[in-house]
Design a protein around this ligand. Structure first.
Ligand SMILES: NC(=O)c1ccc[n+]([C@@H]2O[C@H](COP(=O)([O-])OP(=O)(O)OC[C@H]3O[C@@H](n4cnc5c(N)ncnc54)[C@H](OP(=O)(O)O)[C@@H]3O)[C@@H](O)[C@H]2O)c1
Ligand SMILES: Cc1cc2nc3c(=O)[nH]c(=O)nc-3n(C[C@H](O)[C@H](O)[C@H](O)COP(=O)(O)O)c2cc1C
Length: 492
């Protein structure tokens, strides 16, 4: 018995020792005839800080399925394409039996070994970033990863290694690959164990600045999370980025429209004291099957209420009867607006309102208003559509950490025909097999502007929620941007 234990201990010791030695030997060699990379390279650090953007591919090699599971998590989390690096000659069990001078052992001991790959990535040019998954073999990436990296031009692409192993860390296995693609931007890699969960992978991806919202340059600096379809407000609450506007809807229309929105998966509703339909918004919410916490309701105080804001807030709460108001805005600048805003701040402290903001405030108005209040608005709602784009105002507001929401996204009643029939918008819509309304709403989202199209038509309401299965290109965004006429469709 004692002899067996001693043998076991000796074997474990020898295994660990040989793994370490191999790792040291292999890590000190560069896989091809190129000098070692400087790991403190400035470009690398800069890119780590900036995060990674663009269309993403997850490419992986997995001999026994461990890396494959994690590669699938990564692809699911990022909504990325996935590609399995398949050896031309598959590895048998015998090939993988390490420390037996097996095929894998021999390849790992030969820096020039380049096992052939079966098949190839179609259209590698389309990817801006590639995550490369592999198992650790003798402290390094299997040589087939070298074959893969030498098969494509990765210039200007971002590459991120990740690996699985029994116990070894990623060590130099990732950095040794740099020399194979010196013109790529390499981010630090990470090693994962076989039982790593999807949420642990997500935490890592978030930490290197990559997530679904980074899918293209169009949405690079966008505050929106396109995966959850929400935006994090500076108040700490999450708000959906698309929903329904209820201006001019009668009580009955409003009830039906809010119901249709909730049934279509939309969760954001914009109403106001002035729309005279807060009560029917509340009724539709109470009578729906959707939990209250999942719904986000915005209402507004009108200037004629600014002189008695406390009562106005309590009356709004009573009319809607939905426990609390997610967001309350001042509808327009007006006499007593600062006092009314301070009353909303107190209502936040009392738990009656969760977030507060402004509507129809532009740069000058904000410059004057903000120093007089304590809570930075979470949101500003202004007129925004392709003929009135507010391209100076939007970044000004966003730079303050305030979310921008557009009213009249479709031009407003009486103007929709011209906007929806616009040649440029119709052409782009046809190319994506979407409607003009969907293209305009998507254009807003890609600019980081929350959309609340108004509608009393359940078909339109459903259509207006289907904004996440297509994406406008830089060129299409630019063509819509060029439609700006500075043409306001209402006075405020
Ligand atoms: N803060 C402010 O001062 C302010 C001012 C104005 C508006 N708002 C808010 O912004 C919201 C949006 O503005 P809005 O409703 O006045 O104008 P809008 O959203 O620009 O346009 C509404 C019009 O578009 C039509 N429409 C909606 N979806 C459509 C689709 N998929 N295809 C074709 N037509 C479609 C609607 O007709 P159907 O009913 O037939 O669908 C309606 O006639 C308002 O409801 C309100 O909540 C705020
Ligand atoms: C040839 C070979 C060498 C290996 N070398 C190491 C090693 O140095 N360190 C380690 O922790 N695991 C080592 N392993 C174990 C694998 O890295 C680990 O099982 C990995 O998760 C397998 O991934 P896969 O299922 O995707 O192929 C080795 C496995 C093989 C087949």
């Amino acid at each position: 018995m004692k002899r067996n234990i001693a043998l076991c201990v000796t074997f474990i010791f020898l295994f660990c020792f040989s793994v370490c030695v191999s790792a040291v030997i292999l890590s000190s060699e560069q896989p091809v005839d190129t000098p070692p990379m400087d790991e403190t390279d400035d470009t690398e650090n800069k890119n780590e800080e900036e995060g990674m953007n663009g269309k993403i591919l997850v490419a992986y090699f997995s001999a026994t399925g461990t890396t494959e599971s994690l590669a699938k998590y990564v692809a699911e989390i990022l909504g990325a394409d996935i590609y399995e690096i398949m050896p031309d000659v598959p590895y048998t069990e015998e090939d993988l039996a390490y420390y037996t001078n097996s095929r894998a052992d021999r390849e790992q001991n030969d820096p020039t070994a380049r096992p052939a790959i079966s098949g190839s990535v179609e259209n590698m040019e389309q990817y801006d970033a590639v995550l490369i998954g592999y198992p650790i073999w003798h402290g390094q990436a299997p040589r087939i990863i070298s074959t893969f990296l030498e098969s494509y031009d990765f210039e200007d692409k971002t590459l991120v290694p990740f690996c699985t192993s029994h116990s070894s860390g990623i060590g130099s296995s990732g950095t040794n690959l740099h020399a194979l693609c010196p013109n790529a931007t390499w981010l630090d890699g990470k090693r994962f164990s076989a039982d790593t969960s999807k949420s642990e992978m997500k935490i890592w991806l978030d930490s290197i600045g990559i997530n679904q919202s980074d899918i293209t340059d169009n949405v690079k600096d966008n505050p929106f999370n396109f995966e959850t379809r929400t935006v994090m407000l500076n108040s700490g609450y999450e708000m959906p980025i698309y929903g329904l506007g209820t201006y001019s809807l009668s009580d009955e229309e409003c009830y039906k429209s809010v119901t249709a929105l909730l049934e279509s998966g939309g969760r954001l509703i914009d109403t106001a004291y002035m729309y005279h339909n807060e009560a029917s918004v509340g009724k539709a919410i109470r009578e729906s099957d959707v939990p209250r916490e999942d719904i986000f309701v915005i209402t507004k105080l009108y200037p004629n209420q600014f002189s008695n804001p406390e009562t106005a807030i309590d009356e709004a709460l009573k009319r809607m009867n939905i426990e609390y108001i997610d967001m309350m805005l001042l509808h327009h600048p007006g006499k007593g607006d600062v006092e009314a805003y301070l009353a909303m701040e107190r209502a936040v402290a009392d738990g009656k309102i969760r977030s507060i903001g402004l509507s129809n405030w532009y740069i000058e108005e904000l410059e004057e208003f903000l120093p007089q209040v304590n809570i930075t608005p979470a949101l500003v709602q202004n007129e925004i559509h392709p003929y009135y784009q507010e391209n100076d105002v939007i970044p000004y507001i966003q730079d303050l950490g305030i979310v921008v929401q557009g009213w009249y996204p479709l031009g407003g009643r009486g103007h929709t025909a011209e906007l929806l029939g616009d040649d440029v918008i119709s052409e782009i819509a046809e190319a994506h097999e979407k409607s003009s309304a969907q293209v305009i709403l998507r254009w807003n989202l890609q600019k980081g502007v929350v959309v609340i199209p108004g509608s009393s038509n359940p078909e339109h309401i459903r259509e207006n929620t289907e904004l996440f299965d297509f994406e406008l290109t830089d060129d299409e965004m630019a063509r819509i941007n060029a439609l700006d006429r500075n043409e306001k469709h209402d006075w405020y």
